[in-house]
Design a protein around this ligand. Structure first.
Ligand code: 5GP
Length: 189
């Protein structure tokens, strides 16, 4: 694995998706790595663009067949993973992968790609603010928010496994730091 790739991880609701979208706008050399999942499609999501939406059976069969670079049961009964063929797809398109994955997935990918990966950890300013953001986003019910907050506080303890931690209290400041890090990483051949 000697292609340069970018890994962006964060507790859910830290603003990671927005940051990844801005990165993709600024760096046409990067291509979004579309993960597979068995979670239900949200309104507006498109199969093959946001995720490859699989049944639980299909997902677990692919895991058994060793078709994933990494996969995780991110929430009980809900699986997410990066298919090996996704890397080939991006490489054929002449793109470097950007992975939007959970914290454990980010640590796994970093261990696979080593110095060829820049692993960024997006940190919410506080758990209270994270809870507010998840409520405002309106995609999760109370139960799911409670689970995501519990998981987030655990995930924050892994921030030091990443190359850089970006506290997302102000989006434009966070983006400035992210762009600076990516510029140095991509230009440092
Ligand atoms: P959501 O359901 O909100 O789209 O995603 C939930 C979490 O799963 C997010 O933290 C997202 O980054 C993570 N995720 C998405 N794809 C993957 C993947 O391929 N592997 C892992 N480990 N996590 C993923």
């Amino acid at each position: 694995m000697n292609e340069r790739v970018l890994i962006v991880s964060a507790p859910s609701g830290a603003g990671k998706t927005t940051i990844v979208k801005e990165i993709l706008k600024k760096y046409p050399c990067l291509g979004f790595s579309v993960s597979a999942t068995n979670r239900a499609k949200r309104p507006g999501e498109v199969n093959g663009r946001d995720y490859y939406f699989l049944t639980k059976e299909d997902f677990l069969q692919k895991a058994k067949d060793n078709q994933f670079i990494e996969w995780e049961e991110v929430y009980p009964g809900t699986y997410y993973g990066t298919l090996k063929e996704e890397l080939s797809r991006l490489s054929l398109a002449g793109k470097r992968a950007i992975f939007d994955v959970d914290v454990m997935g980010g640590i796994q990918l970093k261990s696979i790609f080593g110095p060829c990966a820049l692993a960024l950890f997006i940190q919410p300013p506080s758990l209270e603010i994270l809870e507010q953001r998840l409520k405002q986003r309106g995609t999760e019910n109370e139960e799911s928010i409670r689970k995501r907050i519990g998981k987030a506080s655990y995930e924050m303890s892994f921030a030091d496994k990443f190359d850089s931690v970006i506290v997302n209290s102000d989006l434009s400041q966070a983006l400035e730091k992210v762009f600076f890090l990516i510029d140095s990483f991509l230009n440092n051949k």
